[in-house]
Design a protein around this ligand. Structure first.
Ligand code: ACO
Length: 370
């Protein structure tokens, strides 16, 4: 038995949800570029869950359900008020999602139609929880979600209490489309491992949130913003990046386990970053990001991943940086739950082996002799 570090190159399951073949990402066979240009996040979520694009009445039905499920139990809002105000927002989300299960009478019902309903419920409730916690920690009251609006609209509305601009809703919606699914990424794998024990969907999503939080995965978008803040201005980019590279420090938002020739999602976020910057007459973050890309790609051959330009996009939209990874979670929830449903459909316990590297033939030594 020989271990493959990080399971690199290991094909661990079959899946018909999304694929990365020769650097091309598809959801249910549709190229991500086409979806990014044309689809809404709700259409994409439907596509991931049901395996086909919705017609108008199916889409209307999903939006109606999302609206119905969006309010979260008052008990969960009360709990959010008890969390330390300086809690990491992904840690708060992880705890709150686990808690949502306690207030869902269907949490442990494993029938397929109930599992789909719980996926939609979680999709509706995640933005409500994140926005509520964001407001509570600022000493403000949470805002009740609206019904009949998009996930992107509702999230921005619940953060500020004001009608979001069309430009902001469109940008966030496109970002949600781009992050929705990504084959067997770390958090999706975590979700599948958890539910393959026939544990419930809330447990799977809680595991996934924990995995997404780390800076080598979803947490990288926040880490990119920390870096941009540390750099401070375009004039400082070159010395900062050269210093990091010389000291073999990883530059967040670059590199990828699967894409070696560039992440197909990054170009859409780069374009969005430029357009939003232009609209706000402030291209500083965009220009700093472009300069960082030039240096990192030039010197290391590493290309930006989905997280890199997300940082400047979300900041330009006025979103606090510790909400970046929770936004990723809002989007990826659609993919996680699609994978969870797929795992249930054709389940087998996921239980790989470990190559043992510890001592052999060791003996128990009584405590008095140690
Ligand atoms: N900056 C500098 N060097 C890097 C970077 C980076 N961002 N990424 C990889 N490298 C280097 C490594 O130091 C290593 O060099 P070495 O062989 O000289 O030691 C080599 O490239 C291979 O890197 P690994 O970390 O072994 O590659 P792996 O496939 O395990 O990791 C990962 C992929 C985790 C994404 C990595 O590129 C990384 O840490 N990037 C920064 C964090 C990040 O942006 N994560 C988000 C990924 S996308 C997503 O999850 C949404």
């Amino acid at each position: 038995m020989t271990a493959t570090k990080g399971l690199e190159g290991i094909v661990a399951t079959t899946s018909s949800i999304s694929s990365i073949i020769d650097g091309v990402l598809t959801y249910r066979g549709i190229n991500i570029d086409e979806l990014a240009e044309n689809a809404t996040f709700e259409e994409v979520a439907y596509l991931l869950w049901y395996g086909k694009l919705p017609n108008q009445s199916e889409l209307d039905g999903l939006i109606r359900q999302l609206g119905e499920f969006a309010p979260v139990p008052a008990e969960v809002i009360e709990q959010l008020k008890l969390y330390p105000k300086n809690s990491n927002s992904m840690a708060a989300l992880r705890t709150a999602v686990s808690s949502l299960a306690l207030y869902d009478a269907e949490a442990n019902d494993m029938s397929p139609e109930v599992n789909v309903r719980k996926a939609i419920k979680l999709q509706a409730q995640l933005p409500t929880v994140i926005a509520a916690f964001a407001r509570i920690r600022q000493g403000k009251d949470p805002i009740q979600p609206k019904s009949g609006v998009s996930v992107a609209y509702n999230f921005l509305y619940m953060l500020s209490g004001e009608e979001p601009s069309e430009v902001a809703v469109k940008a966030l919606d496109q970002a949600l489309v781009l992050h929705a699914d990504h084959e067997l990424n770390a958090s999706t794998f975590a979700a599948r491992v958890t539910v393959a024990t026939l544990s419930d969907i809330y447990s799977g999503v809680t595991s996934a949130i924990g995995a997404l939080k780390g800076p080598l995965h979803g947490g990288a978008n926040e880490a990119v913003m920390v870096m941009l803040e540390e750099i401070g201005s375009l004039a400082n980019v070159e010395s900062y990046i050269n210093d990091k590279l010389a000291n073999k420090v990883k530059i967040m938002g670059f590199g990828h386990r699967v894409y070696k020739d560039g992440d197909p999602r990054a170009k859409h976020l780069m374009k969005m970053s430029r357009e939003l910057g232009k609209q706000q007459n402030n291209l500083e973050l965009y220009e700093m990001s472009v300069k960082i890309e030039e240096l990192v790609t030039g010197q290391k051959g590493l290309k930006p991943n989905v997280d890199f330009y997300s940082a400047s996009v979300y900041t330009t939209l006025g979103i606090a940086r510790d909400l970046f990874t929770p936004i990723f979670a809002i989007s990826r929830l659609s993919g996680w739950t699609a994978h969870i449903l797929e795992q249930y459909e054709n389940n087998r316990l996921i239980r790989p082996r470990a190559e043992y590297t510890g001592p052999a033939n060791a003996k128990y030594i009584p405590i008095a002799e140690r």
